[in-house]
Design a binder for this molecule. Structure first.
Ligand code: CA
Length: 261
């Protein structure tokens, strides 16, 4: 998930930036309203954390401009505890929620998770998909109830795909969710993460849609027989995207059996 942090106070901005990066978000930090406005016109963010008192263009103006463009990006405004009227103005200008400054970083993280969940049309806090469950609050991933260790970026790729089963995300769209402006992007990074996710979670989870990108099927494959019970050696039916080769190539595995999508 990629967030825009708009905060003019350097000390506060640094601590929030650290906290959000620690949660695995890709974060761009801008320090005045004009830069925030232009970032929002050119980049796609999953959420904006917007201080209201800003140089050059105040937060309410940034927010109004965003909503005038009919952008639905969730916006969390930050105001001082006693600034009730600013809070009301922000909510009425199109903010989705607010946090109080000074920030309580745990509360901030929880409100961000709640807004991201709502933006994805979900009510339940944990992603469940077939044999996999992902808990954004704890960053715990389970396969058949057993913990699976994922790196932050593996997690980010999986979360982006599992949030919208059936939707194809291009490599560029996935990269946007993984990297902020400052990060170097290696050209095959997404393929590398997909490859390791397949190794950890099963070869047929993430499909490679030739020439378009990646997706997770709308419905999980039917549960396979329990691992110690069945032993019939059968493969799950839709393993059209098996990719053991590590070549990571864009369309290396398409198979062409005309299966799914
Ligand atoms: Ca400020």
């Amino acid at each position: 998930m990629r967030l825009l942090l708009v905060e003019d106070d350097v000390m506060i901005g640094e601590s929030v930036l650290d906290a959000l990066r620690g949660e695995g978000y890709a974060v761009d930090w801008v320090r005045d309203g004009a830069v925030a406005d232009s970032a929002l016109r050119t980049e796609q963010y999953d959420l904006v954390l917007l201080d209201l008192g800003l140089p050059k263009m105040d937060g309410i103006a940034v927010l109004k401009a965003l909503r005038t463009r009919r952008e639905t990006t969730p916006v969390l405004i930050a105001t001082a505890r006693d600034a009730v009227s600013a809070r009301i103005a922000g909510l009425d200008a199109g903010a989705d929620d607010y946090v109080l400054k000074p920030y309580d970083l745990d509360e901030l993280s929880a409100r961000i998770r709640a807004l991201l969940r709502r933006a994805a049309g979900r009510a339940e806090p944990v992603f469940s998909y077939g044999r996999i469950s992902l808990n954004p609050a704890t960053h715990e991933a389970l396969l058949d109830g057993e913990p699976v260790a994922l790196s932050q970026r593996e997690w980010a790729v999986l979360e982006a795909l599992i949030a919208r089963p059936g939707m194809i995300l291009s490599r560029a769209q996935l990269e946007e969710k993984l990297y902020s402006w400052k990060d170097e992007i290696s050209s095959n990074a997404v393929e590398v993460y997909v490859h390791s996710l397949r190794k950890k979670l099963g070869p047929d989870l993430i499909r490679n849609i030739r020439g378009m990108g990646y997706m997770i099927a709308k419905e999980p494959a039917p549960a396979s027989p329990s691992r110690d019970g069945g032993g019939d050696g059968s493969h799950t039916p839709e393993a059209d995207s098996v990719d053991d080769g590590g070549d990571g190539g864009d369309g290396g595995d398409g198979g062409g059996d005309g299966g799914g999508v």
